[in-house]
Unconditional design. Structure first.
Length: 235
């Protein structure tokens, strides 16, 4: 579904990504793991169109999209749930969700998708008139994911979904991600909680200093001595 080949990205004179290459197959969950500042969020911003690569290609379902505008990528089926959620705090829950369906792809099935989102996150239905900024952190994350689903994505980019959440709420969010994937949505995940990410994902790539340095099946990475020492805090 997604193929990144030799992608380089810079912020001015600073090179953030170096020849990054990886792929995501249809209906997989793939995790990008690594330390803060490794380049994971930069990868997401480049896939979604917020940043432009200086070299390399981004193929989505066989079509080159590295030069496509953001709205075109959303229309094709790529949806980003950003780190920090990026909600409109003064707008209601319902208005935030409706903002996610601004493309033709989302508008055509807005009512049906809204019902599905409320089934996945029932609290959003009871809070639909409430301002997004007054929700709890967990409710805001549910809203951010729900808004991402309103565009009817084929590929959902989840950037740090457990950010600022309690262990119990993080577990609930990851269970929701599994349900979303089981419905046919492919997921690319960035997550600081490496154990939770690997337990959810089918495969994973390790990002260090703007480079992909390791890849493999998640179950193998959970047993890897290097991964355990570097990211899981155990030997």
């Amino acid at each position: 579904m997604l193929e990144i080949e030799g992608m380089n990205v810079s912020y001015g004179d600073f090179r953030a990504l170096w020849d990054v290459s990886f792929s995501v197959e249809k209906e997989e969950i793939v995790a990008l793991i690594g330390a803060n500042g490794a380049g994971k969020t930069t990868i997401f911003k480049t896939i979604s169109g917020l940043l432009k690569p200086s070299a390399g290609g981004i193929m989505f379902e066989g079509t080159a999209v590295e030069k496509a505008p953001i709205h075109r990528r959303v229309e094709m089926g790529i949806s980003l749930v950003p780190e920090g959620r990026g909600l409109f705090p003064g707008m209601s829950v319902l208005e935030n969700l409706e903002m996610g369906a601004f493309t033709g792809r989302g508008r055509r099935s807005k009512d049906e998708t809204l019902e599905q989102v409320c089934e996945l996150f029932p609290i959003l239905k009871t809070r639909k008139k409430q301002a997004a900024g007054t929700l709890s952190g967990g409710e805001q994350q549910m809203l951010a994911i729900g808004r991402g689903l309103m565009s009817k994505p084929k590929l959902l980019l989840l950037d740090e979904p457990s950010w600022g959440l309690s262990p119990l709420m993080s577990k609930n969010i990851f269970e929701a991600a599994r349900v979303i994937n089981n419905s046919g949505v492919t997921i690319l995940l960035v997550e600081q909680n490496v154990r939770m990410a690997l337990e959810l994902a089918d495969r994973a790539y390790v990002v260090e200093n703007g480079r992909i340095v390791e890849e493999g099946y998640s179950r193998d990475m959970l047993d890897s001595q290097h991964i355990r020492e570097a990211y899981l805090g155990t030997e």
